[in-house]
Design a protein around this ligand. Structure first.
Ligand code: ADP
Ligand code: ZN
Ligand code: ZN
Length: 752
C-alpha cells in the first residue's frame, strides 16, 4: 500500500475528453508542482502537455502514472482564472483542457522550457527547448558606473558622458546616436566604466506613435448621469451590468473613457472589447491620448509572438487597460473594475468553432466573478439585452442624442414589388445619377449573406416560411424541396404564390459582381469599385479600397456588410440598400433583428461629413417592421414588435437554444448517429421531465460542408437549467463512432 503523503495532482488535458485526470508527482518535482503550470504527462501511449489544476486526493494512487516534467517556471493562470475556465467548460459543455488551451495565447507553446525527445534506447528524454526567434526577445542595455575612475578617450568618453547623463541606454539607441560603436562599448565594459545588462523587449504592433494627450470632455447631462451610475457602482464594489444605449456619435466612447478613469483611480483595471473590424488605430489612439498607464492591444493581426508579448506584459501588471477583439476577454488582467463590450449586438463576439463561447455573454460572467462594472454599448442592442434592461437584469443607461447636432439622413423606402426582379428601381438610378453630377459618392449596400436560397413572390413580396417555426424555408436543390431547418418541415415548390396566386415567383440570391456589371453599364463614366470578401482578399485589400474611397478616387462603391461597420466616409452622400430582404429571409429566427441592425448601420454611413445624406432602401418587403422602424430611426418601435414575435413563437429571451451538429463523410453514419441522439434526448427528457423541445434531426442548411454531410438537432428550453441538464445527461450517455463529429453549440448565433 502506498502512504497517504503522496503528492497527487489533478490535470486537465487539451483533448476532446471529458473530465480531468490524476497523476502522481515524483519527489524531485513536488516543490515546483503548482497549480496553473503546464506538465508533461504520459497519456495512453503518448506524452501530452496538460494543465496542472491543483492538488488532489485520489484513492488508488498506486495505479497512477507519474508527471514527467513541469514545463513552466511560473503559473500561467491564477485560481480565479481557473474558476472562470471551469464555468466556461461547464456552460458550453466543452473539455476543460481545451478551454484552458484556447484561453492562453498560442505563442506560449513556443517557450516551453523543454521538449520531449526519444533517446537511442527509446526512452523519452527532455531536452532544453530552443525556442527560436519567436520567444522572449531581449536587447542589451548599457549603464554607466558612476564612480569608476577609468576614463576612456575619444568616442568612448562621449558615450560614457552620455550614459552618465541619461542613466541607461540600449545598444541600438547608442548606435543610432554615435554611429558604429561596438568596439567602444566593449571597451567601456572592460574598463568597468559601464555595465551591460539584458532587458526584455516587447514587439509592439501599434509602436512608437506619438499620440499626444487630451483630457476628459465636459459631459452632457445624459453622459453625466451614465457616469454617475457607473461611479456609484464602482464605489459599491459589486458586479453591476449596464446596457449603454446610444446612437453612433452619442458619446458612448467618452462614457467608457471616463468610467475607466474612475476605475483606474480606484486602483482597478479595464478590459475593452470591440468587434475586430472596429479595432482601429484611431480607437486605440483615443485611449492612448487619454491615459498614461500601460495599454495592451490584442487584435487578430498579431503574430503568435506579438500576442504572447502582450499577454506577458498584462500578466506582469504592466498594462492597466486591455483593448481587443473577442479573445481579449481572456487577457490575464487582475482587479478588473470595468469591462466594456462595444457594439454588443455584433455576431462576431461568438466564436464559431472550437469552444463556441460568446464574449459578450462571458464578459458578464467575468464581471460577476470579479465584481466589476460591465458596460454593454450599442446603438441597436440585442432585443434580449433590451429585454434584460426592461426586466431589471441590466441597468439601463441611455444617450438619446448625438453630441454634435448632425442631421439624420433623409431616408426613403422603395417598393420593389411588381418590378420583375430589376436590380435597380428607376428612383435609385435617378438618385445615383444626380449624386454623380453633384460630385458626391455613392455606397451601394448589397445585403447578401450565406447561400440560402428562398422563394419570394415578386408581385406581393410573400416569402415561404415554416408554419411551425416562422423561419424562412430554404430551397434544397438536391431534394428539389423547400425545407425548414429547425423542424424539418418540407414542401414541394408551389407553382403560384400561396398568398396572392401570382405566377411571378422566383428563387432569390444575387451577387455583388452582377450589381457591379449593371452599375458600370448604367454609368459608363463612373469610377466603380467593389468591396466584399472576394475583392479584398489578401492583406491590405480592404484598407486599399477604403483609402481610394476616402481620397475621392471612387464614385460608387458596392459592398456587403463589410462596408456597414465602423468606417467614416465623409464624402458619401447617397446610400442605396439593394436587397434588405436577403437578411430578412435568412433561415434564422434573428433575421429581423439582424436586418434592423444592418440597415440602421448602413444608414449611419450617409452624410457623416458636412453635406446631409440620403438613404434609399429598395425592398420587396416595404411593410416589414424591421425595415419600417429602421428607416424611421425607431429602435423602441422595432423592439416592441420583435419581442412580441419572440414571445409568441418561443425564441430567446423566452427560450434558450442549443444546436447539436453531427457530421460525417459517409452520409448514412451521420444520419444514424443523429437519429440515435434524438431518440436518447427524447428519452432523457421524458424520464427527467425536462421542459425542452427536441427539434429534428434535419439536414443542416448548408448540407455538405468540406466533404462532410451534416445533421442538426435543435433544443429549445424555457428554463436554462432544464436545457443544461438535458445536455449534460446526454453527453454522459451518448457514444458515437469516431468517424462522426459531434459539436454542441449552446446559445447558437449563426444557425446556418
Ligand atoms: P460614440 O462612441 O457613441 O459613437 P463618441 O464618444 O465617439 O460617441 O462621441 C462622438 C464624438 O463626440 C467624438 O468626436 C467625441 O470626441 C465627441 N464627444 C463625445 N462626448 C462629448 C462631450 N461631452 N462634449 C463634446 N464632445 C463630445
Ligand atoms: Zn404573392
Ligand atoms: Zn419549422
Amino acid at each position: 500500500m502506498q502512504t497517504t503523503s503522496q503528492h497527487i495532482v489533478e490535470v486537465a488535458i487539451p483533448l476532446p475528453l471529458e473530465g480531468s485526470f490524476h497523476y502522481l508527482v515524483p519527489q524531485r518535482l513536488s516543490a515546483a508542482a503548482q497549480a496553473g503550470k503546464r506538465v508533461l504527462v504520459p497519456f495512453g501511449r503518448r506524452k501530452v502537455t496538460g494543465y496542472l489544476l491543483g492538488d488532489a486526493d485520489a484513492p488508488g494512487a498506486g495505479e497512477l502514472k507519474e508527471v514527467l516534467e513541469i514545463l513552466d517556471e511560473e503559473p500561467l493562470f491564477t485560481p480565479s482564472e481557473l474558476e472562470f475556465y471551469r464555468w466556461i467548460a461547464g456552460y458550453y459543455l466543452h473539455p476543460l483542457g481545451e478551454v484552458i488551451k484556447m484561453a492562453l495565447p498560442a505563442g506560449i507553446n513556443l517557450v516551453s522550457r523543454y521538449r520531449c525527445e526519444q533517446s537511442e534506447d527509446g526512452t523519452p528524454v527532455l531536452k532544453e527547448y530552443l525556442a527560436g526567434g519567436k520567444s522572449v526577445r531581449t536587447e542589451r542595455l548599457y549603464t554607466a558606473v558612476p564612480d569608476c575612475s577609468a576614463r576612456p578617450r575619444g568616442k568612448g568618453l562621449e558615450i560614457l558622458e552620455y550614459l552618465l547623463e541619461v542613466g541607461e541606454c540600449s545598444g541600438p539607441e547608442l548606435r543610432e546616436r554615435f554611429g558604429p560603436c561596438t568596439a567602444q562599448l566593449g571597451r567601456l565594459v572592460e574598463l568597468g566604466a559601464a555595465r551591460l545588462s539584458q532587458r526584455e523587449v516587447y514587439r509592439d504592433p501599434f509602436k512608437a506613435k506619438e499620440y499626444g494627450h487630451d483630457g476628459p470632455l465636459p459631459l452632457n447631462p445624459a453622459q453625466a448621469e451614465a457616469l454617475a451610475r457607473v461611479s456609484a457602482a464602482l464605489a459599491a464594489g459589486d458586479f453591476a451590468p449596464f446596457l449603454l444605449h446610444g446612437v453612433t456619435g452619442s458619446g458612448k466612447t467618452e462614457v467608457y473613457l471616463q468610467s475607466i478613469a474612475v476605475a483606474l483611480a480606484a486602483g482597478r483595471t479595464a478590459l475593452v472589447l470591440v468587434p475586430e473590424i472596429a479595432l482601429t488605430p484611431q480607437l486605440v489612439g483615443r485611449f492612448k491620448r487619454r491615459f498614461d498607464c500601460g495599454i495592451a492591444v490584442l487584435h487578430s493581426g498579431l503574430s503568435d509572438g506579438e500576442r504572447f508579448d502582450e499577454w506577458r506584459r498584462i500578466r506582469r501588471g504592466e498594462a492597466s487597460i486591455v483593448i481587443g477583439a473577442r479573445s481579449a476577454l481572456f487577457a490575464p488582467l487582475e482587479r478588473v473594475g470595468v469591462i466594456v463590450v462595444d457594439e454588443e449586438h455584433e455576431g462576431s463576439y461568438k466564436q464559431s468553432e472550437g469552444v463556441r463561447y460568446n464574449a459578450r455573454d462571458l464578459a458578464l460572467v467575468r464581471g460577476k466573478l470579479g465584481k466589476a462594472v460591465v458596460l454593454l454599448g450599442s446603438a441597436t442592442p440585442l432585443v434580449t439585452s433590451y429585454h434584460a434592461a426592461q426586466t431589471g437584469r441590466l441597468g439601463y443607461l441611455s444617450l438619446p442624442d448625438r453630441v454634435r447636432d448632425l442631421p439624420m439622413p433623409e431616408t426613403r423606402m422603395l417598393d420593389a414589388r411588381n418590378h420583375k426582379g430589376d436590380i435597380f428601381l428607376p428612383e435609385l438610378v435617378e438618385a445615383m445619377g444626380e449624386n454623380l453630377d453633384a460630385g458626391g459618392q455613392t455606397l451601394l449596400f448589397l445585403n447578401r449573406r450565406g447561400f440560402a436560397t428562398y422563394l419570394v413572390c415578386e408581385t406581393c413580396g410573400h416569402v415561404l416560411r415554416c408554419p411551425n417555426c416562422a423561419v424562412t424555408l430554404t430551397y434544397h436543390r438536391i431534394k428539389g424541396k423547400h425545407v425548414c431547418h429547425y423542424c424539418d418541415f418540407t414542401m414541394l415548390p408551389p407553382s403560384t404564390c400561396p398568398d396572392c396566386q401570382s405566377g411571378a415567383i422566383t428563387l432569390l440570391g444575387r451577387g455583388t459582381e452582377r450589381v457591379e456589371d449593371q452599375v458600370q453599364k448604367l454609368f459608363p463614366d463612373a469610377r466603380v469599385s467593389r468591396m466584399d470578401r472576394d475583392s479584398t482578399r489578401g492583406k491590405g485589400g480592404h484598407a486599399r479600397v477604403l483609402k481610394e474611397l476616402e481620397e475621392g478616387m471612387v464614385d460608387i462603391l458596392i459592398g456587403t456588410q463589410m462596408i456597414a461597420k465602423g468606417h467614416d466616409f465623409p464624402g458619401v452622400t447617397l446610400v442605396g440598400v439593394l436587397s434588405a430582404d436577403a437578411s430578412l429571409n435568412l433561415p434564422d429566427f434573428r433575421s429581423a433583428e439582424r436586418t434592423f441592425q444592418l440597415v440602421t448601420q448602413v444608414m449611419g454611413r450617409a452624410g457623416r461629413g458636412d453635406k446631409p445624406g440620403r438613404v434609399l432602401v429598395q425592398t420587396l418587403a416595404p411593410e416589414h417592421y424591421a425595415l419600417t422602424h429602421a428607416v424611421a430611426h425607431d429602435y423602441l418601435g422595432f423592439y416592441r414588435e420583435e419581442i412580441a414575435f419572440r414571445e409568441e413563437v418561443g425564441y430567446p429571451p423566452f427560450a434558450h437554444l442549443a444546436a447539436l451538429t453531427f457530421s460525417a463523410v459517409a452520409a448514412g453514419q451521420g444520419e444514424s448517429a443523429a437519429d440515435e441522439a434524438a431518440a436518447l434526448l427524447r428519452r432523457i427528457k421524458r424520464e427527467a421531465r425536462l421542459r425542452v423541445e427536441v427539434l429534428g434531426p434535419v439536414t443542416a442548411p448548408l448540407g455538405k460542408v468540406r466533404g462532410r454531410f451534416r445533421w442538426q438537432i435543435l433544443l429549445k428550453g424555457v428554463e436554462r437549467a432544464d436545457l443544461h441538464r438535458l445536455l449534460f445527461h446526454f453527453r454522459g450517455g451518448f457514444s458515437h463512432p469516431s468517424t462522426v463529429r459531434l459539436t454542441i453549440d449552446v446559445d447558437p448565433v449563426d444557425m446556418l
